[in-house]
Write a protein that binds this ligand. Structure first.
Ligand code: AMP
Ligand code: GLY
Length: 433
């Protein structure tokens, strides 16, 4: 089987690792390719020099080279309709169509879909650029904090929590008048602030049936103790302990969120296939845990995937294929009885300005049972591994005994790696301890 992975971050490296380790891939002498590649991806897949958002070039390349299966990692090509175009060519593909991917690419669509399906989420009002004055009037009479969200894709930056009328006005001005997020922010949502703790839950679905992967927790802020700016995610661990995720909560997530979402998407003629990423806030109500949707994403999470995918014991390739071929009901998901912790090593300055091209040392010292997923790496002219992104590496350690053992193992190995100005959080997984 000839497979192409679209994207070249840590998530895609974890996807490629999962495919490589699938018995069905090994037994079929499978071939694996990835767009652009990275110093990590290139050791397990053949790089193809096409950008992840170049839909027509990916389609042409896949057709000409008789690819059997394309796995789309990032949201951008999904929102541009890569799946629709590959479907037209008769090439199997993992991921939702353009109209289904709007669950992530339009916050307004997602909120309205949730409202009509009765899915628990924060109360909200939507506004277009023309309704700017109405929005200001609404802000005048609102309680704070509030959350302002750009409607479109804004590389994870389009969400601002505001704690006063003055800050809210400034935020809207930046977003709508100064177009801080380009056209993504001219339409927007203002929603109620939810209290609680966050969980990432991935459902792999063929549109009707689904399996739920082990839940994880991301660490979105740049600084220890969840301080400082929001990032794409500085580390993750999985599974989440019972105090945060028990059977009754899992049932609620299935019955109140995943199932109504899949049903509603079908009803709207936007059948959802692929990975439905449920970004949840769990609030305590009268001693009960209640899940609310903060956001849906149309893809796997990054860095959650780097913790979750290594926990999957059953054949990962067959899981992704089952999603594409309407066969999830026959897939038996098996999970290792292990704990996984992924610590992201970033370039100093991230999520703002950071430097690239820094030589990375120590990768060869990493323990053989620890995984180094490459988020932003490449080679220089002398074949040295150098940094090429804000997030650079995700070091994942697994343990059969405890989360704290996995945390220790991850940090022991993180400390072996070095590059100029490298930075990582020292407290990934601390919520468990
Ligand atoms: P998003 O890009 O929608 O995931 O939002 C980024 C982060 O903002 C989330 O991970 C939450 O920490 C926070 N957030 C978004 N919406 C809300 C909300 N309604 N209440 C509280 N926090 C929120
Ligand atoms: N880690 C957050 C995300 O993938 O959206």
């Amino acid at each position: 089987m000839k497979i192409l992975i679209v994207g070249n971050g840590g998530r895609e490296h974890a996807l490629a690792w999962g495919i490589r380790n699938s018995p069905s891939f090994k037994n079929s002498n499978g071939e694996l390719f990835s767009t652009i590649g990275s110093a990590g991806l290139n050791s397990i897949s053949t790089p193809v020099n096409i950008k992840a958002d170049n839909v027509s070039a990916i389609c042409e390349f896949s057709k000409e080279n008789n690819f059997d299966f394309v796995i789309v990692g990032p949201e951008l090509p999904l929102s541009l309709g890569l799946v629709d175009e590959l479907n037209k060519l008769g090439i199997m593909v993992f991921g939702p169509t353009k109209s289904a991917a709007e669950i992530e690419s339009s916050k307004i669509f997602a909120k309205e879909m949730m409202k009509s399906a009765g899915i628990p989420t924060a109360e909200f009002r939507k506004f277009t650029a023309r309704e700017f004055d109405d929005a200001i009037n609404y802000l005048k009479i609102s309680q704070y904090p509030l959350v302002i969200k750009a409607d479109g894709l804004a590389a994870g930056k389009g969400v601002v929590i505001v704690d006063s009328f003055a800050v809210a006005c400034k935020t809207l001005e930046d977003m709508v008048i100064n177009k801080a997020f380009g056209n993504a922010g001219v339409n927007f949502v203002i929603e109620q602030f939810l209290n609680g703790y966050e969980l990432s839950v991935f459902a792999i679905t063929d549109g009707s049936d689904y399996v739920v992967l082990p839940p994880s927790q991301d660490h979105k802020r740049i600084g220890d103790g969840d301080t400082g700016k929001n990032t794409g995610g500085m580390g993750a661990y999985s599974p989440v302990p019972e105090k945060f995720y028990d059977k009754s909560l899992e049932e609620k997530i299935k019955l109140k969120i995943i199932e109504p979402a899949l049903k509603q998407m079908k009803l709207l003629n936007r059948e959802y296939k692929g990975c439905l990423y449920c970004g949840l806030m769990i609030s305590e109500c009268n001693g009960e845990k209640e899940p609310y949707v903060v956001e849906f994403n149309c893809r796997f999470g990054d860095p959650e995937s780097q913790a979750v995918i290594p926990l999957i014991k059953s054949d990962f390739l067959q899981l992704l294929l089952a999603s594409s071929t309407d066969n999830i009901r026959n897939y038996k998901l098996e999970i290792h009885n292990k704990f996984a912790v992924c610590v992201i090593i970033a370039s100093g300055g991230y999520p703002d300005k950071y430097q690239t091209g820094k030589k990375i040392t120590g990768l060869e010292k990493i323990s053989p049972d620890v995984l180094a997923f490459h988020s932003g790496t490449t080679f220089d002219d002398n074949n040295n591994i150098i940094t090429s992104g804000g997030r650079v590496l995700g070091i994942t350690a697994l343990s059969e005994t405890s989360v704290s053992d996995a945390i220790n193992k991850a940090y022991e190995n993180v400390s072996l790696i070095n590059f100029e100005n490298c930075y990582y959080r020292k407290d990934i997984g601390y919520r468990v301890l």
